[in-house]
Design a protein around this ligand. Structure first.
Ligand code: AMP
Length: 355
């Protein structure tokens, strides 16, 4: 039986980006210390944590030392190498579980898992050779989207294929890796549900948010999402079923396409999620606190939405809007303290209460 952590315990977090930063702040509010493990120097989370180890994920000595100095380990991104998890697991528990992580790390396993639960995904074909790509294209037709099975995020590692696409060139451009071809979903809009499950099996889901992506990167999330009552209930029940079937502990983000009024699951992330940032200003207990509560073995908090919110990301040079947003005064600003401005880099976000 997994232990219940008391305030004052230390939570280890793999990854020091903005999600690790906001997890650290939520943990600190509950009296926990955090220790960040991250390869790069001066990551956002290290400014708000009590411990920071700068090391690569294959530095097993540092990983062992890190894991033996904390009471539980969680993570802010899903592409953690298996070898690192093997080391950590010998020292302390990891939440969410390795099983959830393994499935979400591989788009093929993920789709098979979702279909097995009886839920819809885009149609798909495994692709592991140029001939395989030609065969998959004959099956699924165009438009379709070719994605790397692993290590993709924010639209990276994927390409949209049309009638004139050249399979040889495309296969080579994606690095001849293990791929998946997905039928193009002609959706009207995209939504996501942020759900959480505690160690004793309590489940709580935040209201679905409606997401707008540009170039594969999330731009805005609006709550409430444009859904019928039935669709909203279905999205929440699907999320709960995924949590239940994985015996999951922590927060999950499940992304859906809404196409012809049908909910089609795109993917899930076994962690706090960018499309859940609205909860920071729209709920008594936000996704970050909910995650810390769950992995600490505490009861989940009240995630009921008390207002309508729009969350907007500040991407790349949109961070230059900061002075205007400060002058505006009516939005809640969340800045990550990143120094280098790069195209596509998430620099901050803000939440605006609509009503
Ligand atoms: P992903 O990295 O798989 O979440 O994809 C990023 C974004 O690309 C999604 O949020 C969608 O806007 C779009 N997208 C991904 N897969 C598909 C698909 N099969 N059909 C249509 N659009 C897609």
């Amino acid at each position: 039986m997994s232990k219940v952590l008391s305030s004052g315990s230390t939570i280890g977090i793999l990854g020091g980006g903005q999600l690790g930063q906001m997890l650290s702040m939520a943990a600190a509010r509950l009296g926990f210390k955090t220790h960040i493990f991250e390869p790069s120097a001066n990551p956002p989370a290290s400014n708000v944590s009590s411990g920071f180890t700068q090391a690569e994920y294959d530095d097993y000595d540092k990983l062992k030392k890190f894991a033996s100095s904390v009471d539980v380990v969680t993570y802010e991104f899903e592409n953690i190498p298996t070898g690192a998890l093997d080391i950590i697991e010998k020292e302390c528990e990891i939440f969410p579980s390795r099983e959830a992580l393994k499935i979400s790390q591989d788009r093929l396993l993920e789709k098979k898992f979702i279909n097995k639960l009886g839920f819809k995904t885009a149609s798909f074909c495994e692709v592991s050779s140029q001939e395989g790509l030609i065969f998959a294209l004959e099956n699924l037709g165009t438009p379709s989207i070719l994605k790397t099975r692993r290590f993709g995020y924010d639209g990276k590692g994927q390409v949209k294929l049309g009638a004139t696409s050249n399979p040889k060139e495309i296969w080579e451009s994606l690095g001849e890796k293990e791929l998946i071809l997905e039928g193009f979903v002609d959706f009207s809009h995209e939504i996501s549900v942020i759900g959480s499950r505690s160690k004793d099996g309590q489940i709580s889901c935040f209201d679905p948010g409606e997401n707008v992506h540009k170039d594969g990167i999330l731009r805005t999330t609006t709550v409430p999402a444009n859904l019928t009552t039935q669709q909203k209930t279905d999205a929440v029940l699907i999320t709960a079923k995924i949590l239940e079937s994985l015996n999951y502990i922590g927060v999950i983000g499940v992304e859906f396409f809404v196409a012809n009024s049908t909910l089609i699951i795109n993917e899930f992330a076994p962690r706090v999620h960018n499309s859940g940032h609205w909860t920071q200003n729209g709920c008594t207990v936000d996704q970050f606190e909910q995650h810390i509560r769950a992995i600490a073995g505490w009861n989940l908090g009240n995630g009921e939405r008390h207002c309508d919110v729009i969350m907007e990301n500040l991407i790349g040079d949109q961070i230059n809007k900061t002075n205007d947003l400060i002058a505006d005064g009516s939005v809640s600003l969340h800045l990550y303290g990143k120094v280098d401005i790069k195209p596509g880099r998430k620099m901050g976000h803000f939440n605006r209460i609509i009503k």
